[in-house]
Design a protein around this ligand. Structure first.
Ligand code: GDP
Ligand code: MG
Length: 441
């Protein structure tokens, strides 16, 4: 795939901002990558559309191609979508006994994951855990859970022959409450395919158990079907999260994006093998890299951006320490400040600037002011920016009017520029300037 992308990228060598054509060409390849990773078609299409709007017009760092830049943007967006806002591993297990309902198709890994989670809660959180199997279809499945429970050192509900799933759920609840357990896992039966009987049973169990969490366990190798499974379970039972199993295999994990997009519910854990400790908190970054399968390109772009910034910092440091700090430099700094979260954030990073930050704050130096100052610099000519000493009264009037502001505001900017230039010069002599600039970027 990387080869195929390479050829597309070779054709896209225009630097500067990403044009719509650049973006569309690169996204065509990204779309193929998503589909190859088994992201469902409508989800892939939606995702691409959103990235297209986002990417068009973005700046491209020198020494990488627009196509590579698009891949980086796609990667970042993938992480954003996959990660969501909620912490992945915080299971709601307050108000004991907290029931956790495990649902999913047969063979997806429910029973295994139940035992893995029980072990985790016991080992890491010191919780007392009770496991109950509701798989009345397969007696072997009940024994499987009991064996795993013993293996990880937690209790399991004694098996009573002939009970229905609902009856077991009821007995488990009582047992959990009387036995003083913190958490009760209910491991439900699965079917090979979604059907009414399965959903009815799961619904009935849910109504009895009143679970704090309902985790949908899905085989990470599931392809296009993941969307249906997730939508169906979420619609009929209501899930609070997803566990993706078999991520130790070759699957690219596109199901994660599909399910996240369709249900909006977070992926909580990832199963990475058959062993009881082969369970990890879901990490968006890792899965994004895997889905995209273009980790090399993402790394390349990150490296290029870092190098570019380091070179720029070095160049600036050299100029500043010679006292060369013109309006273009100031503009660059002001824009950087806006990105960094304003004056306070920036000054906090520069050595010896704490006092100035305070003064600036008292003088009403905020983000609106940053924007006004940039507007003032924008309305200067090239010559004026390079040499602010040119600014006689008439020029000042023109510039202020051009920015729709008062001359007094321009004067303040000029004074500030002068102070900064002097400070830069002083700092340059003492060294440490390059470091300071690098930190700001
Ligand atoms: P259930 O029918 O949903 O309860 O599925 P099981 O928990 O019985 O798991 C079915 C099979 O998948 C078992 O052989 C498990 O050992 C295996 N399995 C479960 N999770 C994983 C995983 O994350 N990775 C691998 N490689 N195998 C797993
Ligand atoms: Mg099972």
């Amino acid at each position: 795939l990387s080869d195929r992308l390479g050829s597309v990228f070779d054709r896209l060598t225009k630097q500067g901002a990403l044009s719509e054509a650049d973006v569309i060409a690169a996204l065509r390849e990204v779309r193929v990558a998503l589909l190859e990773a088994d992201v469902s078609l409508p989800v892939a299409r939606d995702f691409i559309k959103r990235v297209q709007d986002k990417a068009t017009g973005s700046a491209v760092t020198k020494s990488i191609t627009p196509g590579q830049m698009v891949v980086k943007i796609v990667h970042d967006e993938l992480i954003r979508v996959l990660a969501g806002d909620e912490p992945a591993d915080a299971l709601k297990i307050d108000s004991p006994p907290a029931a956790i309902l495990m649902v999913g198709l047969q063979g997806s890994g429910k029973t295994t994951t139940t035992a893995k989670l029980a072990k985790r809660l016991k080992d890491r959180n010191g919780k007392r855990v009770l496991l109950a199997s509701l798989d009345t279809n397969r007696p072997a499945a009940m024994e499987q859970l009991a064996i795993l429970a013993a293996q990880v050192g937690v209790d399991s509900l004694p098996i009573v022959k002939g009970e229905s799933a609902v009856q077991i759920a009821r007995r488990a609840k009582t047992q959990a409450a009387m036995g003083g357990y913190d958490v009760l896992f209910l491991d439900t039966a699965g079917r090979l395919h979604i059907d009414e009987v399965l959903m009815d049973e799961v619904q009935a169990v849910r109504d009895i158990a009143q679970p704090r969490e309902t985790l949908l366990v899905v085989d990470g190798l599931t392809g296009q079907d993941a969307v249906n499974v997730a939508a169906e379970f979420d619609g009929k039972v209501g899930i609070s999260g997803v566990v993706l199993t078999r991520m130790d295999g070759d699957g690219r994990g596109g199901a994660a994006l599909s399910m996240r997009a369709v249900t909006g519910k977070p992926i909580r854990f990832v199963g990475l093998g058959e062993k009881m400790d082969a369970l990890e908190t879901f990490e968006a970054e890792r899965v994004a890299g895997r889905i995209l399968g273009m980790g090399d390109i993402v790394a390349l772009v990150e490296r290029a951006q870092e190098t570019f910034e380091a070179e720029q910092a070095e160049r600036m440091a050299r100029r500043f320490s010679k006292g060369l700090f013109n309006m273009n430099d100031l503009k660059g700094q002001l824009e950087q400040m806006q990105k960094m979260g304003g004056m306070q954030g920036l000054m906090g990073m520069l050595p010896g600037m704490g006092k100035m930050a305070k003064q600036a704050e008292e003088a009403g130096f905020d983000d609106r002011m940053l924007r006004r100052q940039v507007a003032l610099i924008n309305s200067m000519t090239k010559k004026e920016r390079a040499n602010p000493d040119l600014l006689a009264a008439s020029r000042k009037k023109r510039i202020a009017a051009g920015a729709g502001l008062e001359v007094s505001e321009l004067n303040r900017l000029l004074k500030q520029h002068k102070q900064m230039a002097e400070m830069m010069k002083k700092m340059g002599k003492g060294g440490g300037m390059k470091q300071a600039i690098k930190q700001m970027m």
